[in-house]
Every structure is written in C-alpha cells, then in structure tokens.
Design a protein around this ligand. Structure first.
Ligand SMILES: NC(=O)c1ccc[n+]([C@@H]2O[C@H](COP(=O)([O-])OP(=O)(O)OC[C@H]3O[C@@H](n4cnc5c(N)ncnc54)[C@H](O)[C@@H]3O)[C@@H](O)[C@H]2O)c1
Length: 427
C-alpha cells in the first residue's frame, strides 16, 4: 500500500489539525449531540478528512488502519483535538468490521485504496452506519449493484466524497444550468489527466495505485471528471447514462518509467500493466446528450490543473480551460467572456454562505464541502447529495470502459441502477 503523502497534504493536515484543536471543542459544545464518526484508512487522504471532520466538531471514538504508523498518527491527531484517545483497529484487513459493529458510531469515512471501497462501504451500511466513501465507489458493476442494494435495504445515508462537484466554478455552472441559461444540454467534455507515475511504486514495490494499473483495464478514475458533468446533465434527476464506447492507447509511459527507474534485470521490468496511457470513453444519455470523458494517469506532464470540463447547450457554452463562457443573447458578439463575470449573479448559495470556511480547504474548498455536506445531511435527515445511484453510475464506467476497450470499442449498456426512478427524481 502507498505510504505517500505529498507536501501539500502534510501542510493541509497540519493546518486542519490546528483548526481542530482550536475550534473543535467550541463547535462540539455548540451542538447538543455531536455526530460520532470512525475512519477506515488513515493514509494521506483519510488523515486529512479526519482533520476536517474534527474541525467540524465530530467525536471520533475509533479509527482503523492496517499500517500502525498511520493508525498511531491518527490516534494522536484525535487525542490532541479532543483530549482523549480513540480506539485503534489494526488487526488485519478485515478488522474494520469489528469497528463498524461498535454501537457508539453514527458514521464511517472510508478512505482506503479504491479496490476495497465497495466491500467496506457495504459492510458499514449493513452494520447500520452512514457512509462517506472516497472515490471511486467501486471497481466492478457487481459491486455497484451491491452498494445500491445495501443503501436501499439499510436506509442508511451513503455519500460519495466527490470533492470536484463542490468547486466554485462547477457549482456556479450548475446554478446556471438549473436556471436555464444553457438551454437544452447537448454535449460535455471532461477529463482527469494527472501524471501519477511516481505514486505507483514505494521503493521497488507496487503501491495500491500501481496494483490497480497492473490489474485493471479502462478508465480507472472516472468520478473527478464525470461527477460535475453528471450533475449538470441531471443524471438520475431527469436523465441517465444509457451506453458507452471506449478506446485506448497502448502502455508506453509506465514501461519507460520502469526502464529508467530500475536497473536491468530488476523484477519490476516483468510487470505487465493492463491500464493504458490514455483512454477516451463516450457516454450517451437517455435524452441524447454525449459525454466525452478522458483518463490518463501516466503521461509525463506538469501537475497543474488535473481535471477539465466543458459544457454545450442550445443557448450557452462553457470551457474550464480558460474559464470562458459564451451566452447567446448576453455575451457581446462571438467572443468568449471570463466566466467569473457571472459569479455574483449565479453564485451557488452554498458558496455564498460558506466561502470563508471553505477558503484554504483542499481541492479549491471542495474538501470542506464534502465533510460539511455529509454531516449536515445526516443531521437534517435529507437524501444524500451524491447517493449510491450516482456513485454506481459514475463508477461502473471503470468496468464498462475496460470491457469496451477489450472488445475493440463495442458499445456497453450502462445499467439503470435507479430502476426507473431517474425519470421522476428532481434535483
Ligand atoms: N478526492 C480526492 O481528491 C482524493 C485525493 C487523494 C486520494 N483519494 C482517494 O482516497 C483513497 C486513499 O488514498 P490515499 O492517497 O490516502 O492512499 P494511502 O495509501 O495514503 O492511504 C490508504 C490507507 O488505507 C490503509 N488500508 C489499506 N487497506 C486497509 C484495510 N483493509 N483496512 C484498513 N486500512 C487499510 C493503508 O494502510 C493506508 O494507510 C483512495 O481511494 C483515493 O482514490 C481521493
């Protein structure tokens, strides 16, 4: 498993830990009954989400990780913020199940490697806990169905922690779409293109990310790109994904990376990666819109902006690369305008209300909103903003794109995880 935490995450953890220590007690006292949250997987991401949850006032009775150093770091973080140590669970890969059986937990955050998200989320739901799962939700279509069934049968809240859905420009476009500024939506383009080659190995061992690229074919990280677009298109709120086709390059980048990183004769040279350099998936919706989704985790490039989005409607067009917008009848002539020009008029109410708190949180404030929304949704008893149906439709692209690539681009049907509810549900 990867032990990698980049400098930015370390800084974020430190900052959030300080915030937790400074404000956690006050916030907890302000609420009569703080929510009680456990975390499974306290590596880079889980530790950061834990710090944000502490800053939001939750109690943390228990944490779980098979890596003792990571577990002890999390225990210390909680102890510093709350003055008492949580119980740690570290007795092997299934010890999380013991933790989810505790009756002093309302919810569980799952921040382990992607390959185990679905199993852990399903187990936690079945143990009666609300679940916030890191992305993606699942690796296979069967797991997606399992997640949907578990959420339906238990009635517990399931939320996918897709932070990109909460970026300010993404939410501003969502407001514009819902107010009809784009007219009917026809096309969207999005992608996650992030050079993660250095995260594939720790020493000379594959990390979980490296194992994933070794073991799976397809778009293995679809939700950062697809989540915002699916929300704009009203997927499961009037539309749904019906089919996809995918095509891909070969795998040259990781082969080249390994050749340069390890000496001749090293066993790493024998690893065969199934994941490709780049893959493109075209997804059609029931209402006839088309999504062009790109995936690339291994092409050498600067790590600056790793996701991009564009949206086309009958009345307007948006391009995140350049932050440009053109609105028929509003924009002068045929020149793009900076989309920020419309921020005052179409700012999403969540950003208007929580801008100050979100400022400084990771991923453009998205990480603040993921934790905030999860906790507020539990408290209010509202439906999940990114529920098991959404998580399943966005994550099943992993297996379906792999199947399409393997079959020379053959179309694959996207299951209707809602069993018809997508037509009646409203945003
Ligand atoms: N939303 C985002 O922007 C974002 C950013 C980074 C990572 N992530 C996601 O967060 C997850 C974790 O990523 P990371 O970078 O923190 O990885 P990581 O390797 O740093 O952390 C994973 C942790 O899970 C632990 N673990 C593995 N198997 C376990 C088990 N059976 N029981 C308990 N603990 C177990 C590992 O020991 C490790 O501490 C991944 O799914 C990744 O996709 C999301």
């Amino acid at each position: 498993m990867s032990r990698i935490m980049n400098r930015r995450q370390v800084v974020q953890i430190g900052a959030a830990a300080g915030l937790a220590a400074a404000t956690g007690a006050t916030l907890a006292q302000a609420s009569p009954k703080p929510l009680r949250v456990g975390v499974i997987g306290v590596g880079g991401r889980g530790t950061y989400l834990l710090s944000l949850a502490l800053a939001a006032g939750v109690e943390v009775p228990a944490v779980c990780d098979i890596n003792e150093a990571h577990l002890n770091r999390a225990i210390d973080l909680v102890a510093k913020a709350r003055g008492r140590k949580p119980e740690g669970y570290a007795k092997g890969p299934f010890d999380y199940r013991r933790m989810t059986q505790r009756d002093d937990l309302d919810a569980v955050i799952v921040a382990t490697p992607m390959q185990v998200h679905a199993a852990m989320s399903i187990d936690a739901l079945c143990a009666g806990k609300h679940v916030l799962s890191e992305v993606a939700a699942a690796m296979t279509v069967d797991e997606c169905w399992g997640l949907v069934r578990a959420a339906e049968e238990t009635g517990r809240l399931y939320m996918l922690a897709e932070n990109c859905c909460y970026w300010q420009p993404v939410m501003m476009i969502l407001t514009m779409v819902r107010k009809g500024i784009f007219g009917d939506l026809t096309y969207a383009e999005c992608g996650y293109v992030h050079d993660c080659r250095t995260l594939m190995f720790q020493g000379d061992q594959l990390t979980w990310r490296g194992e994933m690229l070794r073991d799976y074919l397809g778009n293995l990280y679809p939700t950062h790109a697809l989540g915002p677009v699916a929300q704009w298109l009203g997927i499961h709120r009037g539309d749904r994904f019906v089919s996809l086709v995918a095509s891909a390059t070969g795998q040259k980048n990781l082969v080249d990376f390994v050749r340069r990183k390890f000496p001749k004769g090293h066993p790493a040279h024998e690893i065969k990666f199934r994941s490709t350099d780049s893959a493109t998936t075209l997804i059609r919706t029931a209402k006839g819109a088309l999504v062009d989704l790109r995936y690339d985790l291994s092409s050498p490039r600067p790590v600056v902006s790793t996701t991009y989005y564009s949206l086309q409607g009958t009345r307007a067009s948006f391009e995140s690369r350049g932050d440009s917008i053109w609105i028929d009848g509003r924009s002068a002539g045929h020149a793009w305008e900076p989309s920020a020009k419309y921020a005052n008029e179409f700012e999403h109410p969540m950003w208007t209300q929580w801008r100050q708190q979100a400022a400084g949180a990771g991923h453009g404030g998205g990480d603040f909103f993921v934790i905030h929304e999860f906790l507020e949704t539990i408290r209010a008893g509202r439906p999940s903003p990114i529920d098991a149906y959404d998580a399943a439709a966005w994550s099943c692209v992993i297996e379906l794109s792999g199947r399409s690539i393997a079959a020379g681009g053959a179309p694959q049907e996207v299951p209707d995880f809602t069993k018809g509810k997508w037509e009646r549900r409203t945003p």
